[in-house]
Design a binder for this molecule. Structure first.
Ligand code: C2E
Ligand code: MG
Ligand code: MG
Length: 318
């Protein structure tokens, strides 16, 4: 069994307590790994298939009866989807020139009765495969618009969108419903589309994205630099913003090649009229370098972890 199936496991997982999360093997082969993640524990000797492991956590994979586990998780996810039993956390985005926040990205979590707070990389691939991502995406849009409508300052809210939402008018219907129901002005909403969705965007997708732009909603290319998107993709799409993947930010400012790439990409983004955000900023050196390159916005643990809605600094007074 190769390592690729586990590529979806995030490098950064924020848990307050020991918790367990499930990752489906994305090759479709029927087994699960149960991963125990313990905050601030030293790594155990490297178990098999864990080169994906976050350095700060101990992972203990165990092989289980895959089919049964998979069916149970699918059933639980279907119920959670019907009940809208998810949460959004919000990670503020900061203007690098003055350090002020003016936007926040909505990030879904699945609070599981036994397994604690499950991060998106552990269940969204399964939701994508089963099609449940469509109602989950609608829930995310509605909830993010409703919660942002209640903020005391008119920050933009960014919502991640899945490729399944882009087909056959689904996204436009979901957007119309969310904006109408919540009254959020479209200018305060931005959609984030990972570059992997957009490299081969077809005409229908381009028409959908243009319609989204016509409503006044922002469109950001997410995770730029993580995969294979070229600068030509930026030109072809009706984008308003791009987000530099944290893999480009990690080595800054010491890594000369990353530094050169980041400078060039920021300049290209600006030449195309896009706002550029750097993701995964964890140190002041990274922030200072990016600000010096003229990068507009930053997001990362240096500024804030993703926050529960009721801990947002601009939440509505109760
Ligand atoms: P993303 O959209 O690129 O979101 C940024 C991810 O980086 C988040 O992980 C965030 O918690 C993490 N992060 C933030 N600051 C730092 C940092 O300083 N260092 C590091 N190493 N990581 C940081 P999260 O919340 O686990 O989300 C992972 C991915 O899941 C997201 O990546 C997005 O692609 C997807 N996702 C999250 N929520 C949704 C959703 O509602 N719908 C869809 N379709 N996808 C979602
Ligand atoms: Mg995103
Ligand atoms: Mg991203």
């Amino acid at each position: 069994m190769g390592l690729a199936p586990f590529a979806a496991i995030p490098e950064f997982v924020q848990f307050d307590h020991t918790t367990t999360a499930i990752n489906k093997n994305s090759t479709g082969v029927s087994f699960f790994w149960i991963i125990r993640i313990t905050r601030d524990m030293p790594m155990q000797p490297e178990p098999p298939c864990t080169d994906f492991a976050p350095r700060r956590y101990r992972l203990t994979p165990r092989r289980h009866d895959g089919q049964a586990d998979r069916r149970r998780t699918e059933r639980e996810l279907a119920i959670a989807t019907q009940l809208g039993h998810f949460l959004l956390q919000y990670q503020p985005r900061v203007r690098l020139q003055d350090g002020r926040s003016h936007a926040a990205e909505a990030l879904i979590r699945w609070p599981h009765r036994k397994q604690g707070m499950i991060p998106p990389a552990m269940f969204l691939p399964l939701a994508e495969e089963s099609g449940q991502i469509v109602p989950i995406g609608a829930w995310v849009l509605r909830t993010a618009c409703r919660e942002a409508r209640g903020w005391r300052q008119p920050w933009t809210v960014s919502v991640n969108v899945s490729p399944r939402q882009l087909v056959a008018g689904t996204l436009l219907r979901q957007l119309a419903a969310a904006l109408e129901e919540t009254g959020l002005p479209p200018e305060r909403l931005e959609l984030e589309l990972p570059e992997s969705h957009l490299v081969a965007a077809d005409t229908d997708t381009l028409l959908t994205l243009s319609a989204v732009r016509d409503i006044g909603i922002g469109l950001a290319l997410d995770d730029f630099g993580h995969g294979f998107a070229s600068l030509a993709v930026l030109k072809r799409l009706p984008l308003t913003a791009m987000k530099l993947d944290r893999s480009l930010v990690r080595g800054l400012p010491a890594d000369q090649e990353d530094a050169a790439i980041v400078r060039a990409v920021i300049a290209a983004g600006h030449a195309l009229g896009l706002t550029v955000t750097a993701e995964g900023i964890e140190t002041e050196l990274q922030r200072d370098f990016l600000a010096g390159c003229g990068c507009d916005d930053g997001q990362g643990t240096l500024f804030s972890q993703p926050l529960p809605a009721d801990q947002m600094p601009i939440r509505a007074r109760s």
